[in-house]
Design a protein around this ligand. Sequence first.
Ligand SMILES: [Zn+2]
Length: 560
Amino acid sequence: MIRTVLGTFAALALFVAIPRSQSAAPDLILQNGRIYTVDAANTVAEALAIRGDRIERVGSDVDVLRLRGPATRVIDLNGAAVVPGLHDSHGHVTGLGESLQNLDLRGTTNYQQIVDLVRMRVAMAKPGEWIVGRAWDQNDWADTRWPTHEALSAVSPANPVYLTRVDGHAGLANKAAMDLARLSSASADPPGGQIIRGERQEPTGVLIDNAQALVASRIPPPSDRQLEEQILLADTEMRRLGITTVHDAGTDGRVVDAYKRLMDAGRMKTRVYVMLRGSLASLQPFFAKGPVADDARHRLAVRAIKIVADGALGSRGAAMLEPYSDEPSSRGLLTTSPEEIYAQTLAASKAGFQTAVHAIGDRANRLVLDTFERVQKEVPGSRSLRMRVEHAQILDAADIPRFAALGVIASMQATHATSDMPWVPARIGRARMEEGAYVWRKLIASGARIANGSDFPVEEPDPLRGLYAAITRQDPAGQPAGGWMADQRMTRAEALASFTREAAYAAHAESLTGSLEAGKLADLVVLSSDVMQRSEVEILKTTVRMTIVGGEIVYESRRR
Ligand SMILES: [Zn+2]
């Protein structure tokens, strides 16, 4: 009896299910385009059909238009190029949102411009309210020495000011901010940080790496409403730029909860692959719960952690095996102890979490690879967690093949290379530079996978700028001619894959995103020009016409 009923149910289910799935027509067909699928054979197709949140078919116009039903919307691409939804494999979502809220100092060419911008902001602020800004870079000024606080303190006597350097590894505070932090000539440098001082040991206002927290920790945290506003500002920006998945390179449970709220309410559309950052104690509840690979709609994955091993090259904080060429007394800083890096990697691996470690200098990279190798031996199966090195900028030749050997992903940012190239030779000298600075070609040749990103808001979030930098190793003005260390450029196909297929692999999402193939999520971008064929300069002029996430048009430019 029971068997009969079950049998009847099964038969009914088949009877109902099969005709429905066969008869339902696509919701949307894109036709007459150049669709770069980035499948294993890099197939280029004409048309693509979407049903629900999935790609139904990819192929010729004739083949795909055959599926058209009475309710199917058909978009004629008029030959436009389509690429898979782009991943930014290393971005800071709330940082981007915050930068859109705060003073943007990018592009300032001298200190006085910054002082003027702060003066204008002070005029609008309430007394005591913090003035926060970011992205100054003294390397862009005629005088490239560190600034000092006096001019800033003069225009803002009552409002604390804190301005972060472009790489996030140094900050400039005014007197009001330093007073709140009780900074004085008697203050000691914290571990992994440095207070820049004047002749009488007095703080000049510039704080390096871990010393930034002395002042930054005094800035009140954003309210839930401010946090949601940051996330939504970033979400809007990412949709406009064709970013359909972001790997959030270091966040916490509060932000994860905000993502959930905004996604459930249908307000946030960009998919997020979260790397949790915090103390081992703060990570334990996530480890106890285990990796969260997906919600039903694959919007949010929480299965990775982020550790920061060293500082940045611009502020000479990157941990080097040998001293800096332009500061022989320094080899940079480890910002997290080797013991802590090991302990977090071990705990994450046991819990089935991927570990991603920021490592810029060759000493930090070696330490991280050593740690990964050790943990892979100690935790069987942990190699399949696809451990990642974030940045991997300066590598010792001996360490380059270890990425492929250990199955470690090199999560790199093409625009970091083209932003840093003017001063890299001074920092590390020509020999170390040619051996291992931003060596994409050497890594690919060794069998490593490179996931590309921007590290926004450190760099511009536009992935097409990254694509251009990956292909040319030139700045937007086309300098230097032929490209910096031109033998390390990526091909166009490799560059596109690094923002799609390879990035999806780095997020354990290659069965869902990263290429345009039947059955995968319908995440794709329609571009204003064909970045795979047109001149390199034209890549920089290319804009996104339409962004589709899970079959839904989430951005459309006004002129199509
Ligand atoms: Zn970062």
